[in-house]
Write a protein that binds this ligand. Structure first.
Ligand code: DGL
Length: 267
């Protein structure tokens, strides 16, 4: 038994989509969320720079004595998952592998589309992980940076948003995909809008549910689950003074998020 919290991390609000599934899967576990809103967005940046940010975030979570870490950010997973896994003594998981697994499970015609940040697309990580599971699957990718900005700024619906979604996923639909992977954790916040634009016959999936299942499995395998009697705590931290984190977080998580504590960006 281990009553310490699970640390969950993203550049902003996106990782809350993973946190929500983690809360559903293991409701008795305490969680500490860290949103690096001051340095958002990660996607257009150099991967080495993102690695540095993720390492800083992991140091913050380690100081909070978390028992496990979830990099709930695709770009962060690409940049630093291996690095952290090698160096930390606690389990660390990312979101790319669970997302790839979900895609492979769901595609029938073996044509998969991925929308993600520029850095994730450039890394080819989804294509690599999907092809490890099924080399015959074709993967088509599009970077959708504007969509991520909309979500982080709390614009979660409207005609303008729909037009941007259409612009990004139109080319993927022309490739006859039957699965669309939301390869950025910000996108499940606008999943309904993405579904409406993609139309029937396309399964829109994210890595959140599979990632949460991995969390549960690891806690059980490593004997790290919390005591059933333990008090469940939800803590939220962010690095920016003037972000929409709290407002968007409340829309998405409701009463689970009561306050957000700002921490110094230098951490
Ligand atoms: N939510 C992050 C991801 O899954 C990216 C957002 C950003 O560009 O910072 O990649």
């Amino acid at each position: 038994m281990d009553n310490r919290a699970i640390g969950v991390f993203d550049s902003g609000v996106g990782g809350l989509t993973v946190l929500r599934e983690v809360i559903k899967e293991v409701p008795g576990e305490s969680t500490i969320y860290f949103g690096d809103t001051k340095r958002f967005p990660y996607g257009p940046r150099d991967i080495e720079q993102v690695r540095g940010f993720v390492i800083k975030a992991s140091e913050f979570l380690q100081k909070k004595d978390v028992k496990m870490m979830v990099i709930a950010c695709n770009t962060g997973s690409v940049a630093a998952l291996d690095h952290l896994k090698e160096r930390l003594s606690i389990p660390v998981i990312g979101v790319i592998k669970p997302g790839a697994r979900t895609a492979v499970k769901n595609t029938k015609n073996r044509r998969v589309g991925v929308i993600a940040t520029k850095a994730t697309v450039k890394s080819g990580a989804y294509e690599r992980e999907i092809k490890k599971l099924d080399p015959g699957i074709r993967v088509y990718q599009v970077a959708a940076p504007m969509l991520i900005d909309y979500v982080e700024n709390g614009i979660l619906q409207g005609k303008e948003l729909d037009a941007v979604i259409r612009k990004y996923i139109g080319p993927l639909l022309l490739k006859d995909i039957d699965v669309l992977v939301l390869g950025c954790t910000h996108f499940p916040l606008i999943e309904k809008q993405i579904l409406a634009v993609s139309g029937n016959g396309i399964r829109v999936i994210s890595s959140a549910v599979e990632t949460a299942k991995d969390v549960k499995k690891i806690l059980m395998e490593e004997g790290l689950s919390a005591d059933a009697e333990s008090e469940v705590k939800r803590e939220f931290y962010e690095t920016s003074l003037n972000s929409n984190f709290f407002r968007t977080g409340q829309i998405f998580l409701g009463a689970e998020i009561r306050k957000v504590i700002r921490v110094e960006s230098g951490i």
